[in-house]
Ligand binder design. Structure first.
Ligand code: PMP
Length: 450
């Protein structure tokens, strides 16, 4: 049934229906009944520059009047060429081969297939294992799903996938370690080395990680020294480093790529969400020339999607980057992100169940727990991950959650408004959040005291 009670011919994950969207502008969205929502998660951390940006709409309109599709085996298109050049100018030196796709899972699939073909091309065909982290999210297609450390999503498909090794994500806050101590970063990174050795270094193709953890870990910022040490370990064993920047790419953390905060260059980057910021389905895999050249020399990359380099999507992507740069949106993400983070942190004084606040720029999250000292999760019967989002939604505030800690043991919430958010929007978010937490606490009542 639709929200208006009619039979629906459309389905997604569940039968739950949502109000019909009417329009969206800047940080706000309206349903057909005129109810207004503050988009406090930019969709699923997608609409980084806000909704209905006039510069992007105009660029798309202009492109639409020229052409909306050119099959890549028939034509090159100017928007694809220009966006590839622009993207390469934003990546670390040498990472300037851009392969367009239509979304994040496709970008990750492309990255691991390119890595594999590179190994075959350079005579290392015994390398096939891609190590990833637990928990993590890298996409829902079977290749990307095999890398995803999130049992509720992967379990039914295990029989269809080759299992890939996992190492723990560096959740210092859960393990009682100091994230500002380099020893902590090294401790988690060294788990990669131990795993490579255990698996047999000659069989390990790549390591993939999200520079700032997304939906599965809730804006997890790596401890000091982690990113650099991971790079060293990959180099030591000839293992390619893939950064999944699907959520972090596009400026949300305050730098165009999340890994820019640590000055670490991977071999391959996957990017999507913020790349065209929801104006068109777009993603890319960006790889170092030294990875791409042997594959092309050996006969070509055996991979590609029909919509690759769609000129309309690329025109949108280009205009999005222009807006981010000319409007100083990354600087705003840092400035307003700092204000929002300190306001979220202040929730800890008022609500004992707010156990942790973390993130960078406007990629922020808070986690609810039963006990802040032990970080023991809330009773799962409360279904806080779902309930608080619903209450906030009723209050006209959209936040994002997904069960964390491997699936069923905890609740974190991403608060990631568009990078055009102001301090007034922060106040509105905090007002919606406190009202929602009050309602949640009142509903949960004795279950919280237990
Ligand atoms: N990687 C990461 C880090 C993501 O956050 C996502 C989407 N949540 C994906 C990959 C998959 O992207 P998509 O849903 O566009 O396929």
């Amino acid at each position: 049934m639709t929200s208006s009670g009619k039979k629906s011919y459309l389905f997604y994950q569940t039968r739950r229906r949502r109000p019909m969207l009417d329009q969206a502008r800047d940080v706000y969205m309206w349903d057909v009944d005129g109810k207004r929502y503050l988009d406090g998660s930019s969709g699923a951390m997608v609409c980084n520059i806000g909704h209905s940006n006039p510069h992007v709409l105009e660029a798309m309109r202009r492109q639409m009047e020229k052409s909306t599709f050119g099959y890549r085996l028939h034509f090159e298109t100017e928007p694809a060429e220009r966006l590839a050049e622009k993207t390469a100018s934003l990546t670390p030196a040498g990472l300037d081969k851009v392969f367009f796709v239509s979304g994040g899972s496709e970008a990750v699939e492309s990255a691991i297939k390119l890595a594999r073909q590179h190994a075959v091309a350079v005579g290392e065909a015994q390398r096939w294992k891609v190590i990833s982290r637990q928990p993590s999210y890298h996409g829902c297609t079977l290749g990307a799903l095999a890398l995803t450390g999130y049992a509720p999503l992967t379990a039914p498909f295990d029989a269809m996938m080759r299992p890939m090794p996992k190492i723990p994500a560096p959740r210092a806050y859960l393990d009682g370690l100091d994230p500002d101590d380099e020893a902590t970063g090294h401790r988690y990174a060294d788990m990669l080395e131990a795993r490579i050795v255990e698996e047999g270094p000659e069989t390990v193709l790549a390591f993939i990680n999200e520079p700032v953890g997304g939906a599965s870990t809730g804006a997890l910022v790596p401890p000091v020294g982690y990113m650099q040490r991971i790079r060293e370990i990959c180099d030591r064993y000839g293992v390619l480093l893939i950064h999944d920047e699907v959520m972090t790419g596009g400026g949300r953390t305050g730098r165009f790529f999340g890994a820019d905060h640590w000055g670490v260059a991977p071999d391959i980057i996957a990017i999507s969400k913020g790349f065209a910021a929801g104006y068109a389905p777009l993603g890319a895999m960006v790889a170092h020339e030294r990875i791409v050249d042997p594959v092309l020399d050996a006969g070509g990359f055996l991979h590609g999607f029909t919509y690759a380099g769609n000129p309309l999507a690329c025109a949108a992507g280009l205009a999005v980057i222009e807006e981010i740069e000319t409007k100083g949106m990354m600087e705003n993400a840092i400035r307003v992100g700092d204000v929002l983070k300190s306001r979220l942190s202040a929730l800890m004084q008022r609500y004992p169940i707010v156990g942790d606040v973390r993130g960078k720029g406007l990629m922020l999250a808070f986690e609810l727990v039963a006990n802040r000292e032990t970080m023991q999760p809330l009773p799962k019967e409360l279904g806080a991950f779902d309930r608080l989002v619903e209450i906030a939604y009723d209050n006209g505030l959209i936040i994002y959650s997904r069960r964390t800690r491997g699936g069923y043991e905890g609740d974190h919430f991403m608060v990631c408004p568009p990078m055009i958010a102001t301090e007034d929007h922060v106040e509105e978010i905090m007002d919606g959040l406190t009202r929602s937490l009050d309602t949640f606490m009142a509903e949960a009542g004795s279950a919280l005291a237990a």
